[in-house]
Ligand binder design. Structure first.
Ligand code: PMP
Ligand code: GLN
Length: 407
């Protein structure tokens, strides 16, 4: 039994090779930034909090007594606000009574969905590189993780459609999708989403889609790319669970209010697992997030955040290019990927350990988001992820430090 637990934990990246407990790459790199005093462009969290009106709503909720367990599925007011948001933004109709579940961040929604719907005979297919939690939870479910690569192109990171088709099998139970995509910053195009939808239908797979950056698509030379939930494609609502959270949209990543919406029977399955993970969480934050989702002033704040993030992306990308790295400009999220090979760095992980000394900056090696030995892993060996969700003066200092790399 101990052996089995150990092997699952190791497969999930929860233990190091020597059997001692491991930390996530984000915790490890934030610790490196703290111990060296380097600027932390590793872990993606804003250094400015979200709207004061939303914080005030949480404070009021505490004062008004929202301090005991909320209902298992989340408070009705928040489930209604989520349903209204899905309908108004995307024309997706969900019943707040049975088709919406509030979770402890998107992280719990993803974990509970995978644990509820996939097991030892199943494959869970993700794009690669992938958000680190996906590999961990697929391993915890005892399922097999398969991937389809995103490739760097002049048009951003794009899904390799031939590889995607090949990656599907009749054991593919879940496609765990993510758009806008962490770490590449890709916003999947309509054609890419149609390809995923067609293959999911052909192989009778479910889609679990992580859309935590749904409001953070960034303006560029071709305008601001639209975020399209795959659930809005013909025939897809009945096989799709859509996940999002308040953390990124409203710059309150520590509140950990997430949600999942979709067909009643799938949401019921996820709820069954979720009640034994956290049961419930975030009582006073739930009404505050309901307020945030409904308030027009907050919606404007979110649009302004996306505009400001586009400028900050440009600042960081220009700095990275000036320092001699190759950059693929992201269309969304908090992140940009940069290739350090032109500067003679072949190993992104080694470079990340040296970056505090070399440039006074911390980044995350892209290999933290790949499976050892895969084609994406090899292609991205010398790449580093940097976040631009930091104040402009912080990014300017980071860019000055990064300039030392090219000298
Ligand atoms: N999915 C992606 C793609 C993320 O980048 C993150 C981290 N912010 C999460 C999920 C986790 O979201 P939450 O903090 O709401 O659990
Ligand atoms: N989502 C954040 C990132 O990708 C980090 C979240 C975490 O630390 N787990 O940087």
């Amino acid at each position: 039994m101990t052996r089995r637990w150990t092997s699952v934990a190791r497969a999930a990246g929860l233990l190091r090779a020597d059997g001692t407990p491991g930390a996530t790459i984000f915790a490890e790199m934030s610790a490196l930034a703290a111990s060296t005093g380097a600027i932390n462009l590793g872990q993606g969290f804003p250094d400015v909090d979200g709207p004061a009106s939303v914080a005030a709503a949480a404070q009021r909720a505490i004062a008004d007594g929202a301090n005991q367990y909320p209902p298992g599925p989340g408070i009705l007011e928040l489930r209604e606000a989520i349903a209204e948001h899905q309908a108004a933004r995307y024309g997706l109709v969900v019943d707040p009574g049975t088709q919406v579940l509030v979770t402890a961040g998107a992280t719990e929604a993803i974990a509970a969905s995978v644990l509820a719907l996939a097991g030892p005979d199943d494959e869970v297919l993700t794009l690669e590189p992938f958000y680190d939690a996906y590999a961990a939870v697929v391993a915890m479910a005892g399922a097999t993780h398969t991937t389809a690569p995103l490739r760097a192109t002049p048009d951003g990171f794009r899904v390799d459609l031939a590889a995607l088709e090949q990656a599907f099998t009749d054991r593919t139970r879940i496609v765990l999708l993510n758009t806008p995509h962490n770490p590449t910053g890709a916003v999947l195009t309509h054609d890419e989403l149609v390809a995923v939808a067609r293959l999911a239908q052909r192989h009778d797979a479910l889609v679990v889609t992580d859309e935590v950056y749904e409001h953070l698509t960034l303006d560029g030379p071709h305008g601001r790319p639209p975020h399209v939930p795959i659930a809005s494609l013909p025939g897809m609502a009945k096989r799709t669970l859509t996940i999002s959270s308040a953390g990124k949209t409203f710059s309150f990543t520590g509140w950990k209010i997430g949600w999942v919406a979709g067909p009643e029977h799938l949401v019921a399955a996820v709820r069954t697992v979720k009640q034994f993970l956290t049961y419930v969480s975030g009582a006073p934050f739930q009404p505050a997030v309901a307020f945030a989702l409904r308030d027009p002033g907050v919606a404007q704040w979110v649009d302004d955040l996306a505009a400001s993030l586009a400028r900050r992306r440009d600042l960081l990308c220009e700095g990275l290019v000036a320092a001699g790295l190759d950059v693929v400009r992201p269309d969304g999220t908090y992140f940009v990927l940069a290739d350090a090979r032109p500067l003679g760095h072949e190993d992104g992980a080694e470079l990340c350990r040296a970056l505090p000394a070399l440039a006074g900056v911390v980044g995350v090696p892209v290999r933290a988001f790949t499976t050892a030995g895969s084609s994406a892993d090899e292609a991205l060996a010398s790449w580093v992820r940097f976040t631009f969700v930091k104040r402009e003066d912080v990014l300017e200092r980071a860019v000055e430090g990064l300039a030392r790399l090219g000298r």
